[in-house]
Design a protein around this ligand. Sequence first.
Ligand code: ZN
Length: 429
Amino acid sequence: MMRTDPTMRLLGAVTCETRERLREVLSLAMREFDFYAKRFRASGVSPEDIRHDDPVELLRGLPLLEAEELDELAAESLSSGRRIIDMETSSGTTGVRKRRFISHEDDASETEFLAELFKVCGVDSASRVACLDTDPLTLMASFTKALHLIGVEEAYMYCVGSDFREMLMNLPRLDPTVIITVPSIIERSFEALRSQYAGRPGTRLEKIIFVGEPLSAHMRRLLESTLGVEIFGYYGASETSALGIECGAHDGIHLFTDHNLAEVVNDRPDSDEGELVVTTLRQGAYPLLRYALKDRVAVISGACSCGLSHPRVEVLGRADDGISILGAKITYNAIHSAVYKDADRMGAMQIVLAREAGESLTVVLPQSMRDQEANVRKALMYAQPDLDFLISSKHLDLSFSYVEDDSFGDERKTRKVVDLRGRFDPAKV
Ligand SMILES: [Zn+2]
């Protein structure tokens, strides 16, 4: 008999259909992935158990899957013989880029799921949807597929360049009723949007759906009051694709646990807050069993007035030192290891993020590293293609500053990441 950890809480009711789907996922994972077969054996689970026992109990006896282990799984996914038609990547929490391999079947299921989520936000056949991003080859491509499945009047990707305020001036001509984008694009182009939309008759913009990063409460209020739009938050990760969406009641994100089971590792047994752990139910080419996503959430109790029964959470942010710049996920540790790649030992470092005329990232290093700057910059660009893209496309300004070697003091007391971007002042945009 297996025991489950009492601080791990499974969110939402598990229907018979979901239970059987999970059984299929466990069985597939054991059959097709040595990586999981080893885990099952180590936990004392046999193929026979998977056929007959409660799959939820079996799942909860497995150890958590950590980001560092994903590469081994990805390698198997690629050689599994399934027809892989796509690969989604991101910079990883450990500096290794996360890869998600997508089969034809997984892709179709994801498109249907995204369509279901957008319908929750009221996107329908009369909607005209602009997907605004800095990079046209990412998530937005799967969004437009889902929007076409809904049968929207029009859906297009609008790739904004470094001077996106200028480009946004042309947006009203396309007459979108819904904009899907990342918060930092809207924050930086707020003034352009306001001049195009606030108090202007004839514009039909009704909703903005945010992806990639949490939107500050201040910005949300500002958009609601000046543009009169309804705001929705989309929640997903590059390893799992979509996880949930905010409904019209605007009280948290509904996690669609018929697509991905969700557990929360509570800080304390009586706490509502903790880290989210996900098990994918419809990702045959890349199943994740108890994947520790490293996102912190607060569980919202009670039924939602919208009528959806899916459990709700408030997404609080990253549990590690993750940084999101214009939707690209980069971590302190990844930058730290690239900076000290050629050094004898890992030294001190601080990152300062700011938003003035544009986004800036300053790497603060000890004086003794000053003569290494050219090499460090090169190593950083090489190790972090997302950073390289943002910098070469002039979306982000990277600089270095130096302090006395001993001024870092006790490293544990120095803040690794100082984020000044939250101090958003619309008057300065
Ligand atoms: Zn709801």
